[in-house]
Design a protein around this ligand. Structure first.
Ligand SMILES: NC(=O)C1=CN([C@@H]2O[C@H](COP(=O)(O)OP(=O)(O)OC[C@H]3O[C@@H](n4cnc5c(N)ncnc54)[C@H](OP(=O)(O)O)[C@@H]3O)[C@@H](O)[C@H]2O)C=CC1
Ligand SMILES: O=C1OC[C@@H](O)[C@H](O)[C@H]1O
Length: 397
């Protein structure tokens, strides 16, 4: 059988670009995906072509892959089918727009943009140019997430009324990040909400919103509280979302999404403190254990006494590999891939099938989530500099 090959260009050479690119080199057959292939054909660094070439070597790209010293050159490369945007949040809008204007399909890291207005502009541009565009919320494409959504839609836990979701990382920001770090720097749209809270929201949305028929999905109302870090970005944010839903589904549902630097739902690293995510219905609940961005354990607990635990490992290239994870303090278990290949596979399936959006989070849902975060920032007076909130393209950052 001839395989569909997706030819990738990598825009930026930081931590997550490395994890993602390494995952692209894992043979899809190791995860029973037999009809597509990924190929890294080029990478670009805003600092130098040499850095891009070193990056390509480091991640195991083919020796034919080209290293560019500017993002513009990458966009102009005729051999690139899709570009993975792996810059800080502040740069996503400008970088993704550059790619779309240049006729390239785009997979753009989370948070999709700084605000909903930017997300809408990108969606409009992708539509105008008939290009594929997807927010890289990798967790949505995990077999574990598919399993949890299936539990909900099958009615196993009954009508679902509430989801609690916490992604907090148990890290003292003063020790872990200097004030220019992308996690806390407002110039880079830093802060817990956009970087980590997006995963708590992902779990709330994928259990209470995405599981409804598309025509029935309605944006939630939100009340929230946010605590600022001295840089002006947030260090702890909690959101209470009310999703309007039909009586057939049990009526309105509540989502509680929270995120913080200093606390963690997993203080001993062994899950002893309980789950990070609880999706509760009137027949029981499905639990997911920390970390919300890359969970590997679930527990189904039903009113009738059923208890079913499941573990999901990430298929990988063999013993001893261990990929960089986030800001670098947790490595993958030995032998596992990172798990970013599932979202990459979705891009290949979509382009093979002629789809222009991701199956498990389309652009409309990414926009509603950005609107939710806009509202949280508005309720709590958290703004970013105008040059990164603007929809004016191009803007020099
Ligand atoms: N899905 C996931 O699990 C994770 C996702 N992320 C997301 O990935 C994105 C990048 O995060 P991460 O890779 O950790 O960040 P890094 O700081 O490690 O890398 C960002 C890269 O962006 C490029 N860049 C361009 N302009 C700037 C600038 N002004 N300041 C800093 N970097 C710049 C640089 O690459 P160059 O010099 O080559 O142009 C830099 O190496 C964020 O959106 C983040 O939310 C992050 C961690 C985990
Ligand atoms: O997306 C992410 O997931 C993992 C976290 O460690 C990281 O900070 C974040 O950007």
């Amino acid at each position: 059988m001839s395989k569909f090959t997706l030819r990738w260009g990598i825009l930026a050479t930081g931590g997550i670009a490395e994890s993602f690119s390494r995952d692209l080199t894992v043979n899809p057959e190791t995860r029973n995906v037999n009809d597509i292939k990924h190929e890294i054909v080029a990478a670009a660094s805003s600092s130098s072509a040499d850095r891009a070439s070193q990056f390509l070597k480091k991640v195991g790209a083919p020796s034919s892959a080209k290293g560019y010293g500017s993002y513009e050159e990458l966009v102009a490369d005729k051999d690139v089918d899709i570009i993975y945007v792996a810059t800080p949040h502040s740069h996503h809008y400008q970088n993704a727009m550059l790619c779309l204007e240049g006729g390239k399909n785009v997979l753009c890291e989370k948070a999709f943009t700084v605000n909903a207005a930017q997300a809408k502009k990108l969606a409009e541009k992708a539509k105008e140019k008939n290009l594929f565009l997807m927010e890289a919320v990798w967790t949505r494409y995990f077999p574990l997430s598919i399993y949890v959504r299936d539990i909900i839609t099958s009615g196993k836990i009954g009508k679902v009324h509430r989801t609690f979701a916490d992604l907090s990382i148990g890290t003292l920001p003063e020790d872990a990040f200097d004030n220019s770090h992308r996690m806390v720097n407002p110039d880079l749209a830093g802060g817990a909400l956009l970087d980590l809270g997006i995963y708590a929201l992902t779990w709330v949305f994928q259990t209470l919103y995405h599981t409804q028929p598309e025509s029935a999905r309605k944006a939630p109302t939100v009340v929230s509280s946010l605590k600022k870090y001295p840089t002006g970005a947030d260090e702890m944010t909690t959101m209470l979302l009310t999703f309007p839903r039909s009586e057939e589904l049990g009526g309105d549902a509540h989502g509680i999404a929270t995120t913080a630097f200093r606390t963690t739902p997993d203080p001993d690293g062994k899950g002893s403190a309980g789950p990070a995510i609880r999706v509760q219905g009137d027949k029981g609940e499905i639990q997911v254990f920390h970390p919300a961005f890359r969970p590997s354990k679930t527990k189904l607990v039903l009113f009738d006494g059923t208890v079913e635990e499941k573990t999901f490992t990430q298929p990988g290239p063999g013993k001893g590999s261990g990929f960089y994870n986030g800001f670098g303090d947790d490595k993958n278990p030995e032998g596992e891939g990172h798990g970013m290949f599932w979202e990459a596979d979705e891009c290949a399936f979509a382009l093979k099938e002629g789809r222009k959006e991701g199956k498990y989070e389309g652009l409309q849902e990414s926009i509603v989530i950005m609107e939710t975060m806009d509202e949280v920032r508005k309720q709590n007076g958290m703004t970013y500099p105008e040059k990164i909130e603007t929809t004016k393209f191009p803007t020099q950052l």
